[in-house]
Structures are given as structure tokens and as C-alpha cells.
Design a protein around this ligand. Structure first.
Ligand code: MLT
Length: 257
């Protein structure tokens, strides 16, 4: 039995579409997208230390991935379409490696398959240590990188919403996630091994954190074209929920038929 906070429409039946959120947000980042997916049994999950999920002592994306797989089985499903944005994508790729058979389809949004270079890893561990010392407003500096120019220039209410999410990001979650992400390996081979599993690779053209090359490498491994959203940055699900929901609905239809 997993103790992750799982948010699902109890009436929904069939193969679930599991959505995994970005760092340092929680499952509510998917609200706009979920409301645009009527008729699809969507399940959103809070990562350890975020939203309604308790922190875990051991920092591991792989453990979280295993818990997501257990959650799918607890929902009574043999398979799921799993889509994750950024950190959520790292977890979807950990599932691809550990339990590929559970994937009816995979969606990788604003993410990358490569591991961190040493300086990025050190930065993550420093942020985790600062979170442990309960330093305030640790994540607020991420704002600039999370939204594209279009959102930052023309959508002040979205900028404020994201700033508030960053300001209130939980220290225990920051700590768990940064240590977990610092330890993740390259997972391009796991994607290439998925051969034939329906896939979506999506990026915002204004994403300052994940490059076109990152997306192309995943697309090539999975045998799909990258879907690029011109008006979005990193948090594409918040910036362009219509286009993200449409891409996920298409992935779901290809995966479940
Ligand atoms: C995220 O949006 O989940 C993070 O930017 C991922 C990361 O820090 O690599």
C-alpha cells in the first residue's frame, strides 16, 4: 500500500492517465490541463514531501517511481499512460527502466533523459542542505527560468501564481527532490528500449531549462517528433494548458485506442 497522495475521479474507469508534477510544485499544477480532459480517467499524484504526500527519509526517484507503479495497480489497472513534466518526466523515465510493461504510453514534457553534470549536482545538494537548515524563500529565484518570455511579459497573474507556489514550496520536499534528482542516471537507453510504446515528447520553445537537443534526443530514442509550443517556457502545462491537454488527449487515444 502506498502512502502517496493520489487524486483521482472515483467514478473513472479504464486505463488511467497518470500525471506527475514538476519541482517544486505539486499535483495542483495540472488543474487547468485536467479540466480540459473530460472523459479521460486522469490521476494526479503528489511527489514525496509535496502537496498531500509525506516526505520520505530516503531520497530516491526510483523509490517514488515504484510507488507510482504500486498506485496504478491499487487503482485496479494493469497499465497506465504516464506523463510527467520535468521532474515528473524523470520519474516517468525511471518507470520506463524499472517497469516498462506498465506503460501503455509515455509522455515526457519539458524534461530530459540525461543525468546532471557535476556543477548542477553540486548546486542541487547545496539547495537541499539550505532547505534542511530551513532557509526561507529558497525556490523563489527559480521564477525567471520556469516561465517563458511571453508569460513573464504578458501574464502578470500567472507570474504571481508561480511566485506564490515557489514561495510556499515545502522545505522537506525541496530537500527530498534535489537529492533524488542529483542521483538520477542517464535514461536514454531505457527510452530506446520502449520500442513501439506510444510516446509524446513536448517542449516549450521558450524553455530556458531544457534544450531543443534534450527533447530531440528523447524523441529520437522513442521514434517520435518533438511537439514544440511556441508560446510556452518550462511550465508549459500552466502556460499553454489547451495545447498540453490536446497533446495528452492525442497520446491517450494512441495508447488506449
Ligand atoms: C522541474 O521543473 O521539475 C525542475 O526544473 C527539474 C530540475 O530541476 O531538473
Amino acid at each position: 500500500m502506498t502512502s502517496l497522495a493520489v487524486h483521482a475521479d472515483q467514478r473513472a474507469e479504464g486505463v488511467p492517465l497518470v500525471l506527475l508534477h514538476a519541482f517544486p510544485l505539486d499535483s495542483t499544477m495540472w488543474q487547468q490541463v485536467v479540466s480540459r480532459l473530460p472523459g479521460i480517467p486522469v490521476v494526479t499524484i503528489d511527489a514525496p514531501g509535496f502537496g498531500g504526500s509525506a516526505p520520505r527519509e530516503h531520497a530516491s526517484l526510483e523509490d517514488y517511481a515504484r510507488e507510482v507503479v504500486v498506485t496504478v495497480r491499487e487503482l485496479g489497472a494493469d497499465q497506465a499512460v504516464v506523463a510527467g513534466l520535468s521532474m515528473g518526466g524523470y520519474v516517468a523515465m525511471a518507470i520506463a527502466e524499472a517497469a516498462p510493461g506498465i506503460l501503455a504510453g509515455i509522455g515526457l514534457l519539458s524534461t530530459k533523459a540525461s543525468a546532471d553534470a557535476e556543477p548542477a549536482r553540486e548546486k542541487r545538494l547545496a539547495m537541499a542542505a539550505a532547505a534542511e537548515r530551513a532557509e526561507p524563500d529558497l525556490a523563489v529565484g527559480m521564477l525567471q527560468g520556469l516561465l517563458g518570455d511571453t508569460s513573464r511579459q504578458h501574464r502578470p497573474e500567472l507570474v504571481e501564481q508561480v511566485r506564490e507556489r515557489l514561495r510556499t514550496a515545502p522545505a522537506a520536499g525541496i530537500c527530498w527532490a534535489q537529492r533524488s534528482m542529483a542521483a538520477r542516471p542517464d535514461r536514454l537507453a531505457a527510452l530506446a528500449a520502449l520500442a513501439g510504446v506510444p510516446a509524446l515528447v513536448l517542449r516549450g520553445a521558450q524553455d530556458a531549462l531544457m534544450s531543443d537537443g534534450d527533447a530531440c534526443a528523447m524523441g529520437t530514442a522513442l521514434g517520435v517528433e518533438v511537439v514544440e509550443l511556441a508560446g510556452a517556457g518550462h511550465l508549459a502545462a500552466l502556460e499553454e494548458p489547451d495545447a498540453v491537454a490536446a497533446a495528452l488527449a492525442q497520446l491517450y487515444a494512441r495508447s488506449v485506442g
